[in-house]
Design a protein around this ligand. Sequence first.
Ligand code: PHE
Length: 342
Amino acid sequence: MEKKIAAIVQKFTEAAQTASDSASIERLRVAFLGKKGEIAELMKDLKSVPAEQKKEFGQKINQLKKDVEGRLNDLTEAVAQKELEVLIHSAECYDVTMPSMVETGSYHPITLVQRELEDIFAAMGFTIEDYDEIVDDYHCFEALNIPKHHPARDMQDTYYLDNGQLLKTHTSAAQNAIMRKYGAPLRAIFPGRCFRNEAIDACHENTFFQMEGIMIDKDISISNLIYFMKTMLSEVFQRDVQVRLRPGFFPFVEPGFELDISCQVCGGTGCPSCKNSGWLELCPCGMIHPNVLTAGGIDPEEYTGFAFGLGLTRLAMMKYGVKDIRTFNSGNLKALSQFESL
Ligand code: PHE
């Protein structure tokens, strides 16, 4: 027994000298400590040792096992260190001390404004809804009290698909679906991308963003509408912004208004962004027409509500002093990466 132990120690010591990578160490581990390894065989031999020597040899075998384990662990560590060094000095290595070259992107200014508005309205109890960009004629027009051949459609020419669907011209296209989904009472905002067949200039784009809001409940009036608009604007601009309310016509509201804000680019003196008027149409709004409520499955005798269609793109222009609307879709990172990140 004694001899056998010594032989194994010798065999292991020799084998360990040539184990130079993790695979060969693993082979050693199996050969000596595995189920059918050298030490397991020794344990079997222990059965035939006379009873009075069992204890002594048992202890010796255990010690041997510990030594082999310890040695194998040391070897594993040394080899891992060596392998790491090889990796570090090879061509593909990474120098962890190099300054970081990672470029982080920035949020699009419209995203920034949209998120800010979402927070403001969420705090006032509005839910935030998502809606399609491709819609049908019913949702974009008819459900909004704009029948076929109504002159109001002229203002909202858009892009039609072969199957008769169209790219939505305004976020109002979601009103009907949201009324049907939740019923009354209801407070919701729904931001979205809109499309129109426009002649493009510094303040008109064929692709732009709006944020619609509707609030429907018992006894909602124009004063509620004005309150929410004022709160929202003072939060966004963090100062008093001059606004004016003009009558405006939209078939889906009655009465309807245009809410203008003084041009924040020129301070109201007139510039290309505001077509030299000093004012910018920012938020058409009004009391939801009874026909629209009915189409949405809500009884206009019981409920009233207001709706607004905030020009998100316009608001971003005002907030950040962007003079040309075309900047937003330009993909020009020099211009678009300047805005504070969230
Ligand atoms: N959807 C209208 C537009 O884009 C704006 C609007 C929304 C007007 C809600 C009144 C109420 O022109």
